[in-house]
Structure formats: structure tokens, C-alpha cells
Design a protein around this ligand. Structure first.
Ligand code: ADP
Ligand code: MG
Ligand code: MG
Length: 210
């Protein structure tokens, strides 16, 4: 049985804050092509706020921890991505039911409720050139891998692989949601910044798996 402890989740968030700093210019560049060029900056502001409070939050259980992370992102990130990622992390901890560790089934459910929350808040579906184009195909591949009893780490790799492919699928699309909508056909040929940051988030969960 594959168990994920609270220390794993703390490590993921610490590492994610570093990844966001490293990729800030890249995400901002993507957003300057089809948006207003603030996606990397927005996320960096949010994760800096998370890091300022981490020492205090990491004493608490997984549910409480992610509720705080989500609330910080919700209040600091701003733009379209703030409420979406804020909601993602606020929901993410709920299946952990105030525990200090989770099994792989609960871990899967954490991603399921978090991604469904993004879809509910943003009302985007696949093909609209948003982060949902990375998250939804990723989750579907993860679900399939779980149903087929594929071992945990491999199942998570399939999740990330499908989300990467999904993110790349945004390149030829016209945007039907978000700021890039206004560009019409001029959005064609550009990777969606939110889909790119979603892949970074999932990759960070993968890279820190025990
Ligand atoms: P803003 O566009 O307000 O400046 P950001 O630049 O931080 O916000 O985030 C832009 C990203 O948000 C887009 O690349 C897209 O992936 C995502 N996004 C925008 N609207 C939606 C939506 N309705 N549903 C899901 N994702 C969305
Ligand atoms: Mg933007
Ligand atoms: Mg903006």
C-alpha cells in the first residue's frame, strides 16, 4: 500500500514555490503572447505568500494545510488563475479528512475534486484553450490507470504525460474562455499559459513522489 505523508505534501508546496520562481519569466512570456503578460508574476506573488506562512501551517493536518494554501492563492494571485488555483488547493485537501497521511485512493480523489472544482468555477471544457485542456485529459488518464490497477507511480506518470499532451493541444486552438478570447485567430500557434502552469504543478507532485 502506497502511503503519502504530510511531509510529502509540504515538500511539494516548497518545491512548487521554487519551480514557479524558476518558470516565472517563461509563464509570463506565454501570457504576453495571448494575454496580459502577468501569469508568472501572479503565481509568484501567490506562492511567496504561501512560503511566508508555511512554517505555521505545516504543523496542521493535510486538509487544513491545503485550505490555507488555497486561501492564500485565492487572495493573492488575482486574475483568472487566482480563483481557479485557489479553489483547486482549497478543495484538494478535503478528501484527506483532517488526516496526516493518505493512501493512493484518497490521493487520486484529491486531484479529482480539485480538478472538478476548476471546471465548475471556470465553466471551461476541453478545447477552449485553458488549463482544463491539461487537467481534464490528465485526470481521465489517471482514472483509467487506477481502474486498470496500474501501480501508483506509473499511474501518476500517465496522469502527467496526458496533461502535457493536453497542454500542447492548446497551441492550434482559438480561445473560448479567458482573456485570449479577444484575440480570435491570433491566439492560434501559442501555448496557453494556464495549461503550461498546470503541467508544472502536476510535474512537481510527480517529481517528489516517494
Ligand atoms: P488573467 O488572464 O486574468 O491575467 P492569468 O494570466 O493569471 O489571468 O491566467 C490566465 C490563464 O487562466 C489562461 O491561460 C487560462 O488557462 C486560464 N483561464 C482563464 N479563464 C479560464 C476559465 N474560465 N476556466 C479555466 N481556465 C481559465
Ligand atoms: Mg494574464
Ligand atoms: Mg491579468
Amino acid at each position: 500500500n502506497y502511503i503519502l505523508e504530510k511531509s510529502y505534501f509540504i515538500k511539494v508546496i516548497e518545491n512548487l514555490a521554487e519551480v514557479i520562481e524558476q518558470q516565472k519569466d517563461y509563464l509570463t512570456k506565454l501570457d504576453s503572447e495571448i494575454g496580459d503578460g502577468d501569469h508568472g508574476v501572479n503565481l509568484s506573488i501567490g506562492f511567496r505568500e504561501v512560503m511566508r506562512n508555511l512554517a505555521e501551517w505545516k504543523e496542521k493536518n493535510i486538509t487544513f494545510f491545503f485550505k490555507k494554501v488555497g486561501m492564500a492563492l485565492l487572495s493573492k494571485v488575482g486574475g483568472a488563475a487566482g480563483p481557479l488555483y485557489g479553489g483547486f488547493f482549497m478543495k484538494f485537501g478535503e478528501p484527506a479528512e483532517n488526516k496526516e497521511e493518505v493512501n493512493f485512493e484518497v490521493f487520486y480523489n484529491m486531484f479529482k475534486v480539485a480538478i472538478e472544482s476548476v471546471e465548475m468555477r471556470g465553466k471551461a471544457v476541453i478545447g477552449e484553450k485553458t488549463m482544463v485542456d491539461a487537467l481534464r485529459p490528465g485526470l481521465d488518464a489517471f482514472t483509467k490507470a487506477i481502474e486498470e490497477n496500474i501501480e501508483p507511480k506509473k499511474a501518476f506518470e500517465m496522469f502527467v504525460e496526458a496533461s502535457k499532451k493536453g497542454a500542447e493541444s492548446t497551441i492550434p486552438l482559438i480561445a473560448k474562455k479567458g482573456r485570449a478570447m479577444r484575440l480570435g485567430e491570433r491566439a492560434i500557434g501559442h501555448l496557453d499559459p494556464g495549461a503550461a502552469s498546470s503541467v508544472l504543478i502536476l510535474e512537481t507532485f510527480m517529481n517528489n513522489l516517494p
